[in-house]
Design a protein around this ligand. Structure first.
Ligand SMILES: Cc1ncc(COP(=O)(O)O)c(C=O)c1O
Ligand SMILES: Nc1c(O)cccc1C(=O)C[C@H](N)C(=O)O
Length: 426
C-alpha cells in the first residue's frame, strides 16, 4: 500500500516545510485551535483584505462625495480595476471582466442578454446537479419570455455525483439556444471540460456560459482562448472577498456592443454617464452589463485579497491544491477504510476541483462532531461532507490532523450524541 512513513505527522510537516506558498498562511486570520476547511463556502479574512476595506472606509470619511474620483482607488473605477485584477485568474482580457452584482443577479443579466429564442431554438440547457439558484434564475428567465419551465432541459447524472461531457453534448440538440453549466460542481467538485463543451456548443450554433463559483481562485482557466461566451461567479469563496462580497462576470469581447438585457446607468460609457441623458449609451466592454451603483464597501476587501493571488500565481495555487487533496485522499484511503465513507469526488487530477467530497449516511452528525472537535467542514444535505483545504492558508498538517480527528470520531462514535439533521445554513 502506502509507505508507512507517509502516514505519519512528520511527513505532513515535511510537506509543509517544502511548501513554496507557506508564507501566505500568516496573512490570514486563522481561528486558534481550529482547522478551517470551508473556504469553498466562505473564505477567511486576510489582513490585506481588512486593510483595503479600512482604506476605502477612510476615503468615505475623508472625501465624502469626492471619493468617486479621488484617493488611490476612486470608487467610480473600482469595478473595472477589480475586473482587471481578476482577468488573469480566468484567462480573460481585462476589458472582458467586471466586478459587479452577485452570482445570481449576474446570471440574470447574462441570460437576459444572451438568451434570444428564435425559430426552433428556444430551449435552455443546464444540468440536474447545479446549485439551485442557477436553475431558479434560468427558469424565471424562460417565464419572462413566456415559456414553460419545461423549456429548461437538465442533463442527467448517471451516478448522482458527476456529469459525463458526452451526455451534455448529446443534449445539445437543434432546439437549444443557450447552455449554462458549472465549471466545477459544487458537491462532487468535478471539473467540466469547458474547452470541449464550448467547441461542441459553438459547432451547433449555441451560446455557452459557466458558473465559476467553485473554480475561480482554485484552478486556472483560459476563457478567452476557449471562446466561452460568458461566465459569472462569486468572490466570497476561494477569493476571500468576505460574506456577500461583490460578484463578477465575463463577456467575451466578440460580444462587446451587445445590448444588455438589463440596462442600468452604471453600464454606461463612463465618459457619458454623467451627461444623464435618457438614451442609454452602453460601455463597449464587459462594464456594459453593470446595473446600478457599485457596492464599494463589499468590493473593497478584494483589492487586498487579489494582490495575494497575483503574488502566489494561480498555477502554483492549483499545484498546491492538488497536492493537498491528493494527500487527503491517500489518508482517507489508509485510515478510514472501515468506516463506510465513499469518496465521491473525481480522483483524477484533471477532473478534481479544490475540495474533497465524502458521502456517509451519518454525514450531518459527523460534521457536527468535526466542528466540536475543531475541524470546520461543510455539510451538504442529505449525505455529503465537503472538505476544502485551501492553498493559501491550509497546511498538510491541517489535512493530517483532520483525518486523525475524523478517525477518532468514527472509532469512538463521537457523532452519536448529535442528531443527524442539518442546522439552518448547513
Ligand atoms: C455554483 C454556485 N452558484 C451560485 C451560488 C450562490 O449565488 P449567490 O452568490 O448569488 O448567492 C453558489 C453558492 O452560494 C454556488 O455554489
Ligand atoms: N452563499 C452562501 C450563503 O449566502 C450562505 C451560506 C453558504 C453559502 C454558500 O456559498 C454555499 C455554497 N454556494 C455551496 O457551494 O454550497
Amino acid at each position: 500500500m502506502y509507505p508507512e512513513k507517509n502516514l505519519h505527522e512528520a511527513y505532513a510537516r515535511q510537506l509543509d516545510e517544502q511548501d513554496d506558498l507557506k508564507r501566505f498562511r500568516d496573512e490570514f486570520y486563522l481561528q486558534t485551535g481550529k482547522i478551517y476547511l470551508d473556504g469553498n463556502s466562505l473564505g477567511l479574512l486576510s489582513k490585506r483584505a481588512e486593510k483595503s476595506l479600512m482604506e476605502l472606509l477612510e476615503t468615505w470619511k475623508t472625501f465624502g462625495i469626492d471619493g468617486w474620483t479621488k484617493g488611490d482607488h476612486p470608487w467610480f473605477y473600482i469595478s473595472e480595476r477589480l475586473g482587471e485584477l481578476c482577468a488573469p485568474l480566468i484567462g480573460a482580457n481585462p476589458e472582458e471582466v467586471i466586478i459587479t452584482g452577485s452570482t445570481t443577479s449576474n446570471l440574470h443579466q447574462l441570460a437576459a442578454t444572451f438568451y434570444q429564442p428564435k425559430g426552433r431554438k428556444t430551449k435552455m440547457l443546464a444540468d440536474e446537479l447545479n446549485f439551485p439558484t442557477d436553475i431558479y434564475a434560468l427558469k424565471s428567465q424562460l417565464e419572462i419570455h413566456g415559456y414553460d419551465t419545461s423549456h429548461l432541459v437538465r442533463v442527467k447524472s448517471g451516478d448522482g455525483q458527476t456529469l459525463q461531457e458526452e451526455d451534455v453534448i448529446a443534449a445539445m440538440s437543434e432546439d437549444v439556444a443557450l447552455i449554462v453549466l458549472p465549471s466545477v460542481l459544487y458537491r462532487s467538485g468535478q471539473i467540466l471540460d469547458m474547452k470541449r463543451l464550448t467547441e461542441e456548443a459553438h459547432a451547433r450554433d449555441i451560446l455557452i456560459g459557466f458558473d465559476l463559483c467553485h473554480s475561480i481562485g482554485a484552478i486556472p482557466h483560459a476563457l478567452s482562448e476557449w471562446g466561452v461566451d460568458f461566465a459569472f461567479w462569486c468572490t466570497y469563496k476561494y477569493l476571500n472577498g468576505g460574506p456577500g462580497a461583490v460578484g463578477g462576470l465575463y463577456v467575451n469581447q466578440k460580444h462587446f456592443g451587445k445590448k444588455p438585457g438589463l440596462a442600468g446607468w452604471f453600464g454606461s460609457n463612463k465618459e457619458k454617464q454623467f451627461d444623464l441623458e435618457h438614451d442609454f449609451q452602453a460601455a463597449d466592454t464587459a462594464g456594459a452589463y453593470q446595473v446600478g451603483t457599485p457596492h464599494i464597501l463589499s468590493a473593497a476587501p478584494l483589492l487586498g485579497s487579489l494582490e495575494m493571488f497575483h503574488e502566489a500565481g494561480i498555477e502554483k495555487i492549483r499545484a498546491k491544491s492538488l497536492r493537498l487533496t491528493e494527500y487527503m485522499m491517500m489518508l482517507i484511503d489508509a485510515e478510514l477504510s472501515e468506516y463506510d465513507f465513499k469518496v465521491a469526488n473525481p480522483s483524477e487530477a484533471a477532473k478534481r476541483g479544490g475540495h474533497i467530497y465524502l458521502e456517509h449516511a451519518e454525514a450531518a452528525r459527523i460534521c457536527k462532531a468535526l466542528k466540536e472537535n475543531g475541524v470546520i467542514p461543510d455539510f451538504r444535505s442529505p449525505t455529503g461532507i465537503r472538505l476544502a483545504p485551501v492553498a493559501l492558508y491550509n497546511t498538510f498538517s491541517d489535512v493530517w490532523q483532520t483525518i486523525q480527528t475524523l478517525k477518532a470520531i468514527m472509532q469512538e462514535k463521537r457523532y452519536e450524541k448529535f442528531t443527524n439533521t442539518r442546522d439552518v445554513v448547513a
